[in-house]
Design a protein around this ligand. Structure first.
Ligand code: HEC
Length: 124
């Protein structure tokens, strides 16, 4: 009986985690995904992409910034207060895609923290 209970608890915890990650992925697709390429690549997504792909951003951040929390902080700060001076991508990116508008009004800081952590530590 004890093993059964523990088993059920493990399954519940794991499915809660999967559920939380599905929700985060959905948030990413609905917010960042309007411009950045996120999730599975498809021809249709490539055609409507108006910002650098999210895996590219995650890779750049990890290559340039030390420490998991510092990487999350960079992403959160950039999304709320984007500034060409803070960019890790070359300035030519702006010529190709334009500037990123602040997402202050479309996403709460708490959601953004969760998204940044998910993208940088789980997804890419
Ligand atoms: C309205 C379109 C749009 C949305 C929505 C958007 N972005 Fe961006 N983002 C851009 C563009 C365009 C750039 C490249 C130019 C620039 O850096 O300003 C960019 C650049 C970035 C960079 C900086 C890359 C560098 O050079 O260091 C980060 C980080 C980023 N986006 C994260 C996000 C995240 C996370 C979300 C979702 C919460 C998001 N963006 C939503 C358009 C968007």
């Amino acid at each position: 009986m004890k093993f059964f209970t523990v088993g059920i608890l493990v399954i519940l915890t794991l499915s809660a985690q999967v559920f939380a990650e599905d929700k985060l992925q959905e948030m990413v697709d609905n917010t960042c995904g309007a411009c950045h390429l996120t999730g599975k690549v498809s021809k249709e997504k490539l055609e409507r992409m108006t910002a650098p792909p999210m895996w590219g951003i995650a890779t750049k951040i990890k290559a340039h910034i030390q420490g998991e929390q510092e990487q999350i902080d960079f992403m959160v700060d950039f999304v709320l207060n984007p500034d060409p001076k803070k960019m890790l991508f070359p300035q030519e990116t702006i010529a190709r895609f334009g500037y990123m508008p602040s997402q202050k009004d479309t996403i709460s800081k708490d959601d953004l923290q969760a998204i940044a952590k998910y993208l940088l530590t789980k997804h890419y």
